[in-house]
Design a protein around this ligand. Structure first.
Ligand code: ADP
Length: 737
């Protein structure tokens, strides 16, 4: 049924067996008869609906009232008070007298209407004494630490305070079935303590309304409800969720009648914004309590709920502290034993201690190791594989307390009615799993829960008539997993994943180091072994040149020259490769040395090669700390590149300077290059020039980079085609001169 479009129709005709849970009680359009309801538009105060009993308080017919302004029936002063109150509140109430009748005016907003409810207040109270008693009750609720005792005392005090025949504390379970956990009653009444009620007795929409309104009364199930009449212009349906006078679902009235109850008071016990339970009061004759008393009841229930919440939080903190301790010990055990499986399953503490499980298992590297009371390894594997394919809200953690119902597994409920499975990675290859055994419970239902609401022969809903004790053995369920257990599992998973990742990285690093070393020694020995045959070729080619050059024709001569040139190139290449791989193996000797002297040591040879290049070195350069011999290689390569690649420029210049702190640079005005190559020129064999134009092996900058890395420094370059390049390097260790 589309609520917003449909005008209200009497519920008894609307509700069917299939939509019972969706019965729209909040738009019921009827009130109980202990008051009058009138609504008016918020902007114009024009009355758009009223209950048909307005004549009880006003000398006007409903016809005269509908469409009139609210101030024709209510003092303007009160209306001003209401408007003012709604500037910062969403409820207004006031004691008032109309036609010598004590009335409580209660006003709330519903959509664009003020809803005025005039409750006929037939109760006279000594408000001071009443208030003092409330203070005492609240004090007592707060001072009792044991939950059961607190419930018992609260039920007894509520019974005495509001004078109902029976007061029950009703607690919901995870499936919204309820149980009476405490009761105070008149002696002649049969006890309902311990009885369970199926979730359908208080359907979902009724629970929603409890959450919204908190406290509700039904004064007499035997009086007829009163219709609310709409003004002809009013087409919308009134949302009565917050109405005090709202009538209830006919099915509920019938239910109460079947129980022989006349009047009720129900207060919602709300914890963490969820309905925890109800304080449910029954009376076996009509009974009204006024708005002031209901506010007191609301307050009292809030105190009761807050105390339970506090206890719950304390318990959670205590449990979390305990499991944090186990958590820390388990991580210690893994670290000291250097073995995840051993650390989690074989030492003083095991993962089975982390939750309130009876057995636990770890599934790592396709192996299952279990501790405590667990299904067999094959069964555990089957469970994990099945959970792996399920769709559930938390990506990594799945839990159930009724595995045989939620999963398709063989009957292993005895040991694994409760399962909490936690995958350690998105690939779901490894997992931790905890088990709780079945806990068989004997439930005393108030009547057969399987016949809770039945369609009679007219297909109209009618609640069950018998509330005689109906005993059921509940099987296949374990004690449910608590929030703190799941929170701890989640925290533990995160830590364990970090350990596993760290371990994997270490292992990979180790393997990489070995592979790298092998590669280095391979390239070293290959280069080394190549030297001898090349020397042979070089020797024989030179003998040929010296002894037989004149006997060769032109082709023979040029071929011989090419052989000698290629051999030279090959020699340089092999020297460079050897140098490069030696650098990876060599240990570094850190010592302080003068950078300037080092530059002056390499410069003379280079000047011979590139005599036209002018090199300027900054006068004062700091001492640096590093391996001097290796550093000579760095300077040689960088300065040689600068001279080589500027040697064909006009007026070639190279400058070597110290920038700030530990940064140095070598700048030339040579050919430069495109900056898109600024990274790859430091890799081996990445040349940006042709061999014919500039000789070289393409290893020089790779050697430079390796030297800088081994000194924990950094190197970078700025360059522009045809404008020159500047190579910067910075070192961590240097000394001011
Ligand atoms: P190469 O033996 O070729 O000089 P390097 O590893 O020293 O090998 O340098 C790699 C490449 O980087 C060179 O081939 C060259 O293209 C470019 N390069 C290096 N230094 C400079 C520079 N000062 N000016 C221009 N290009 C340079």
């Amino acid at each position: 049924m589309n609520i917003s479009n449909s005008p209200f129709k009497p519920l008894t005709k609307e509700v069917t067996f299939s939509n019972c849970d969706k019965e729209p009680i909040h738009i019921i359009g009827k009130i109980q008869n202990h008051g009058v309801l009138i609504t008016c538009k918020i902007d114009t105060l024009e009355i758009n609906r009223c209950s048909k009993n307005t004549s009880v308080l006003f000398d006007k017919t409903t016809k005269e009232i509908l469409g009139a302004s609210m101030n024709t029936i209510l003092n303007q002063k009160i209306l001003d008070e209401v408007i003012l109150a709604f500037s910062n509140k969403n409820i207004f109430y006031k004691e008032y007298e109309i036609k010598n009748i004590d009335v409580t005016i209660i006003v709330h907003k519903s959509d664009r209407e003020y809803v005025f409810e005039f409750e006929l207040n037939t109760i006279k109270l000594d408000s001071l004494a009443y208030q003092m008693r409330l203070t005492e009750i609240v004090f007592e609720i707060n001072s009792i630490n044991d939950l059961q005792e607190r419930c018992n005392r609260t039920a007894a005090m509520v019974k005495e305070y509001f004078a109902y025949d029976r007061v029950m504390i009703y607690k919901f379970d995870a499936e919204w079935n309820g149980a009476i956990i405490s009761e105070a009653k008149e002696p002649h009444l049969e006890s309902w303590l311990g009885l369970h009620y199926p979730s359908t007795d208080i359907p979902q929409q009724a629970r929603q309304l409890f959450l919204k309104q908190g406290v509700r009364i039904i004064c007499d199930v035997h009086t007829e409800p009163l219709d609310i009449i709409n003004h002809s212009k009013t087409k919308s349906v009134l949302d009565m969720s917050n109405s005090e006078l709202r009538y209830v679902a006919p099915v509920h009235i019938e239910y109460l009648k079947n129980m022989r109850v006349n009047a009720t008071l129900t207060a919602a016990i709300i914890i963490d914004n969820k309905l925890w339970g109800l304080i449910a009061c029954h009376h076996y004759s009509p009974k009204f309590i006024n708005y002031y008393q209901r506010l007191n009841c609301k307050f009292l229930t809030q105190v009761f709920a807050t105390k339970i919440q506090l206890d719950k939080s304390n318990k959670i903190i205590e449990k979390l502290n305990q499991s944090s301790f186990i958590h820390a010990r388990l991580i210690d055990q893994i670290n000291t034993s250097q073995n995840i499986i051993k650390g989690l399953t074989q030492l003083q503490y095991t993962i089975n201690d982390l939750t309130e499980s009876f057995g636990a298992a770890i599934y790592l590297d396709q192996k299952i190791i279990s501790i405590g009371d667990c299904p067999t390894e094959n069964q555990i594997l089957a469970i994990i594989l099945q959970i792996k394919d399920l769709d559930y809200p938390n990506e990594y953690i799945y839990h159930t307390h009724q595995a045989s119902h939620d999963l398709d597994i063989l009957s292993i409920t005895e040991k694994a009615a409760g399962i909490c499975c936690c995958f350690l990675s998105p690939s779901k290859e490894d997992a931790l799993i905890w088990f709780k055994p079945e806990k068989i419970q004997t439930i005393h239902w108030a009547g057969n829960p399987h016949k809770e609401i039945l369609p009679d022969h007219t297909k109209k809903l009618s609640p069950r008539k018998s509330f005689a004790k109906w005993i059921e053995q509940q099987t296949g369920k374990s004690v449910p997993w608590q929030d703190y257990e799941i929170a701890e599992v989640e925290k533990f998973k995160n830590n364990l994943t970090d350990i596993i990742t760290e371990r994997e990285i270490k292992e990979l690093n180790h393997k990489l180091k070995i592979a790298y070393k092998e590669l280095e020694s391979f390239s070293y020995s290959v280069s080394h072994d190549l030297r001898a045959p090349i020397r042979g070729i070089d020797g024989f080619a030179n003998i040929l040149k010296e002894e037989y050059y004149d006997t060769l024709d032109d082709f023979g001569k040029s071929s011989l020259n090419t052989i000698i040139e290629s051999v030279n190139k090959m020699n340089t290449l092999i020297d460079d490769i050897l140098e490069y791989s030696r650098l990876g193996r060599k240990s570094i000797q850190h010592k302080s040395f003068s950078l300037k002297s080092a530059i002056e040591e390499v410069l003379p040879n280079l000047k011979e090669l590139y005599p036209n290049v002018q090199v300027t070195i900054q006068e004062e350069l700091p001492m640096i700390i590093g391996d001097q011999n290796i550093f000579l290689l760095l300077l040689k390569n960088l300065i040689e590149n600068a001279m080589k690649y500027s040697s064909k420029s006009q007026n070639p210049q190279v400058q070597i300077r110290h920038l700030e702190k530990n940064t140095f640079y070598i700048k030339d005005n040579g050919i430069g290059f495109d900056m898109k190559h600024k990274e790859r020129i430091f890799d081996v064999f990445n040349r940006l020039v042709n061999d014919d134009e500039y000789n070289g092996s393409g290893i020089g900058l790779a050697i430079v980079k390796r030297i800088i890395d081994r000194h924990q420094g950094e190197i970078w370059v700025e360059s522009k085609i045809d404008k020159g390049s500047t190579f910067y390097f910075s070192l961590n260790n240097y000394e001011k001169q």
